[in-house]
Each structure stands twice: as structure tokens, then as C-alpha cells.
Write a protein that binds this ligand. Structure first.
Ligand SMILES: Cc1cc2nc3c(=O)[nH]c(=O)nc-3n(C[C@H](O)[C@H](O)[C@H](O)COP(=O)(O)OP(=O)(O)OC[C@H]3O[C@@H](n4cnc5c(N)ncnc54)[C@H](O)[C@@H]3O)c2cc1C
Length: 481
């Protein structure tokens, strides 16, 4: 009998598998999809490689706390880290502002753009500096530590961010571009503290990109698991966890096979586990998150385009206001992404452009219900590609005639490929007045059922998923062995 049976081969499941093997436990991962990785993925289209996950990976600085975890998981270590100069650039009414990897540079850029916002800018930069000093966020050696004077001077600014949404923080600034820059990355409804963490991570040189992108990172984790003696099965959708009293004794799969185990770790969206895969109610603390009015789920509609030529009018991630084009796409802004840092992703002489429009849960569910009618869904994807291409060309007329749609994917795609209830790819948004803490993995009322994955701590993301997998194994060792 396998010591640890893991349902789901995304980042959390692979992490649980690797840490189980490192602890000397036998482990098997059962993944519903045809490849491991879950949301950490990418795919081929028309000679291009479409990368769908890592915009920044927290923990790429060798001096940072989570670097060691990524090394143990095979994601980093012997892999080149790409540290781009900027994380994103925001454009508004003809002006641009970028999040530079140098915090002092960002400070100077904000001050020169809007001297009248000097007081707010200094406060915000101080709060980022304080967040940099918080353990694990910025790479050690790239932050200045938390001195008593920094703490005294900056704590009020950081606490103020905890109390506000990104939209409320943005509204404190007079300059429209700075407002758009602060609200546009995560959208207005996110907590300003979440924004602070992203700024601190990137300017702390701890949010780089592992060479090869998302799919390569997932493959390295899968290889590491198998090389440690773990067993990885794909195309195995778990449909039932069989229970006797407080103990799960086997997992049943859609193909009729079963797997017995000593302990079970489930990494799927809990909304699709409790009351269906397992005949138990969702643990109270988790259920509270699903009904907490402060927390919300979100997703994106995304496209990939092939572009003739390599001379693009923007670099990295680029956010701009859609204006009248926004109505058709149901969004205010469009996020563009180019991959000149990864020449292998495109054929010679061409470029890859990906786009994202953030949408709320209601719009996500609409895409999911529309996908039940294949014709209607295919038509809606063609329309999305057309409208997105139109929006790009109306902003950059020089790209007219150079773009060809490669792919469109929506919350319905996420629901189909990862099983998340609302077609989301992260967990709940990190909102104001909320301090996310990782929930316990062991399911109360059971002896050997554990959860892992991004749903245990808003807003999800790769480090949280990976840490939850490690924690599930720590709890298994504590309780079951
Ligand atoms: C476009 C995009 C951009 C992102 N950008 C970043 C970023 O820059 N930085 C960052 O840190 N994070 C980012 N993320 C988020 C990150 O990818 C996720 O938070 C993380 O991958 C979640 O991992 P997980 O293992 O918890 O869940 P998942 O990735 O959802 O994995 C769960 C796995 O379980 C499988 N499964 C579900 N149900 C069953 C079942 N019944 N039986 C068997 N298997 C099952 C699924 O197929 C899936 O493979 C991004 C994600 C996307 C899509």
C-alpha cells in the first residue's frame, strides 16, 4: 500500500510528492489531465510556445527564504533566472510608468512625473521598503532590513495599505497615470497590501523568471518526483474517496480503477471535493472563505497572437486603457505580454504576444455556461480574438496586418483543465483588511485526509501551492507516522 496518495499533479501535488519521497514515504500522484503542472503550464500553437503562468516567481533570489524550497522541488538550481528590468509598464493618455526592479528608480520616476504627489509617493515607497524587509518577500541582501527607524516611520504607511483597496490607494494620488499604474496591475478591488507585496518582491530582486517558462518548470518538478522514486499517473480523475468511519481507505477513479493508501492529499478546488468526491462537509474555516463577502474569485479571458517581425512597440508586460474598445471585451484595460526574453518561444523573425482581460466571478460563470454549447462557445472565442486584435491595433496601428490569432482561452478552459469551480486560476483575491494565513491541511473529523493547494491561503500562487504541499507532508508525518 502506498503511504501517500496524492490527488492532483499541479504545483501543490508535485510538491507534496517530492517532500513525501524526501521524507522516505512511498508516494503516488494521480493527475486528471494528460500532463502534470495544473495551472503551471504552456502549450504549442502554430509553431509558437504559449506560456501561461509565471509572470514573476517569488523566491528566485538565492538569498530568499523560498529559494531553497524551489531548489528542492527542482524548479530552480542550475536554471538561469531572467531578471527583467521592469515587471510591467502602464500607459495612460499617452504617458507611461514602469515598475522598475530598482525601487529608488521607481521613486524618482513617480516624483518626476508628479511632484504634487510627493508626500503620497514617499509614503508608498517607505511602505514598500518595509515590506521588502519582511522575511521572504525580498531577497536578503537586496533589502535594507527593518531598522527601528524604518519600522517607526513606515509602519503607519503599511497599515494604511492593509486598510485600503488598490483602488482607494490609487485615488490618493492626483496624477491620473499613477492612479492607473497602482490600480491596473491587480485591479481596484484587490487590497493595497497585495500590491505592496508584489512591488517589494520585484524590487527586492526576488521575482524573476526561470528560463524556459512555466511548462519547463512543471516538467522539472515532475522529473524530480519520478527520480526520487515517486509514481506519477496522468489521465486519472479521482471521483470518490472511499471512507470507513474517520478513515479514507481508497481513491476511485473515473476509469474504474482504485488506489489504496495510508494517507490522502487532495489538491483540487475544495468546492469540487466536499459533498461530492468525499461525503463530508467542507471544513468550517475553508467554507467561511467561500462565503466571506470580503473575498472574491476572479479569472481572465486570454488570447495569444503570432506577430510578424520582432520590433514591438512595447516591452514586457504592458497595461493600457481600452477606451471604447473595452465595451466589447467587458473590460477597462488590456494586459499585453511579449516574450523577447525567451527567443525560443517564437519562430525566427516572429514574436509572440499574449493578452489578458481580468473578469469577475459572474462573468467567469457566464463563460462556463456558454461553453456547454460548443458552437456558441466557438463563436464567442472567435469574437474575443477579433475584438482583442482590434483593440491592440487601435492602440498600436503599426501592428495592423502583422497579427494572427493563435489561441483564445477562458474560465471555461480553466474549469475543464484544472477543475476549479468558477474557472479561476488563483484562489480568492487578497482584499483589504484581510491577512491571509495558511489553513491547516488535515481535514477535521478524519484521520488521514489532507488538503493542499492554493485554496488554503488567498490569493494562491505558486509559492503558496508549493508550501502547502510541503506542509501537508509535515502534518502527515506528525499525525500518521
Ligand atoms: C495566467 C496565469 C498567470 C499566473 N501567474 C502567476 C505568477 O506570476 N506567479 C505565481 O506565483 N502564480 C501565478 N499563477 C497562479 C499559479 O499558477 C497557481 O496558483 C498554482 O499553479 C496553483 O497550484 P495548485 O497545485 O494549488 O492548483 P492547480 O494548478 O489547479 O492544480 C490542481 C491539479 O489537480 C488536478 N485535479 C483537479 N481535480 C482532480 C481530480 N478529481 N482528480 C485528479 N486530479 C485532479 C488538476 O487537473 C490540476 O492539475 C498564474 C496562473 C495563471 C493561469
Amino acid at each position: 500500500m502506498t503511504d501517500v496518495v496524492i490527488i492532483g499533479g499541479g504545483t501543490a501535488g508535485l510538491s507534496a510528492g517530492i517532500y513525501a519521497r524526501m521524507a522516505g514515504l512511498s508516494a503516488a500522484i494521480y493527475e486528471a489531465g494528460s500532463t502534470p503542472g495544473g495551472n503551471l503550464c504552456g502549450w504549442e500553437r502554430g509553431g509558437f510556445y504559449v506560456d501561461n503562468c509565471i509572470h514573476w516567481l517569488t523566491g528566485t533570489n538565492p538569498a530568499a527564504d523560498s529559494y531553497r524550497m524551489w531548489e528542492e522541488l527542482g524548479v530552480l538550481g542550475g536554471v538561469e533566472i531572467i531578471q527583467n528590468e521592469t515587471l510591467y509598464t502602464c500607459e495612460y493618455r499617452g504617458e507611461r510608468l514602469s515598475l522598475s526592479c530598482d525601487l529608488e528608480r521607481l521613486r524618482r520616476d513617480m516624483l518626476s512625473l508628479s511632484p504634487e504627489d510627493a508626500k503620497e509617493t514617499e509614503r508608498f515607497i517607505r511602505a514598500v521598503r518595509l515590506a521588502q524587509g519582511a522575511s521572504g518577500v525580498a531577497g536578503k541582501g537586496h533589502d535594507r532590513g527593518v531598522t527601528p527607524s524604518l519600522l517607526l516611520r513606515s509602519a503607519p504607511a503599511a497599515i494604511r495599505c492593509w486598510r485600503m483597496t488598490a483602488g482607494e490607494l490609487a485615488a490618493r494620488f492626483r496624477h491620473p497615470l499613477i492612479r492607473e499604474f497602482l490600480a491596473g496591475l491587480l485591479t481596484e478591488r484587490f487590497g493595497a497590501l497585495a500590491l505592496l507585496v508584489v512591488f517589494a518582491t520585484f524590487t527586492g530582486q526576488n521575482g524573476g523568471l526561470p528560463r524556459g517558462g512555466s511548462r519547463a518548470a512543471a516538467s522539472r518538478m515532475a522529473e524530480r518526483f519520478v527520480s526520487l522514486g515517486g509514481r506519477l499517473y496522468v489521465g486519472k480523475k479521482a471521483v470518490k474517496l472511499e471512507r470507513r468511519a474517520e478513515k479514507i481507505f481508497s481513491a476511485r477513479f473515473a476509469d474504474g480503477t482504485e488506489a489504496e493508501g495510508g494517507s490522502f492529499v487532495v489538491t483540487a478546488d475544495p468546492a469540487r471535493v466536499f459533498g461530492s468526491m468525499v461525503d463530508l462537509p467542507m471544513p468550517r474555516k475553508l467554507a467561511k472563505m467561500y462565503s466571506d463577502p470580503r473575498l472574491f474569485r476572479f479569472s481572465s479571458v486570454q488570447c495569444a497572437f503570432a506577430c510578424e517581425g520582432t520590433d514591438l512597440p512595447f516591452r514586457g508586460d504592458f497595461i493600457f486603457e481600452l477606451g471604447s474598445d473595452g465595451a466589447a471585451l467587458g473590460a477597462r484595460r488590456l494586459v499585453l505580454r511579449e516574450f523577447s526574453h525567451e527567443p525560443e518561444f517564437s519562430p525566427e523573425g516572429k514574436s509572440l504576444i499574449e493578452t489578458m482581460t481580468f473578469i469577475d466571478e459572474e462573468a467567469s460563470l457566464m463563460h462556463i455556461s456558454r461553453s456547454a454549447d460548443r458552437e456558441k462557445y466557438a463563436e464567442s472565442k472567435r469574437r474575443i480574438a477579433r475584438d482583442t486584435l482590434g483593440a491592440i491595433v487601435s492602440r498600436f496601428p503599426g501592428l495592423d496586418g502583422r497579427l494572427t490569432p493563435l489561441d483564445v482561452w477562458t474560465p471555461a478552459t480553466y474549469r475543464r483543465f484544472t477543475g476549479s469551480e468558477a474557472g479561476t486560476y488563483m484562489s480568492f483575491a487578497f482584499t483589504k483588511k484581510y491577512l491571509p494565513v495558511m489553513k491547516k491541511c488535515r481535514v477535521p473529523g478524519t484521520e488521514n485526509l489532507y488538503l493542499a493547494g492554493q485554496w488554503l491561503q488567498p490569493p494562491g500562487g505558486l509559492p503558496i501551492a508549493a508550501k502547502s504541499g510541503r506542509r501537508a507532508i509535515e502534518e502527515i508525518i506528525e499525525y500518521d507516522f
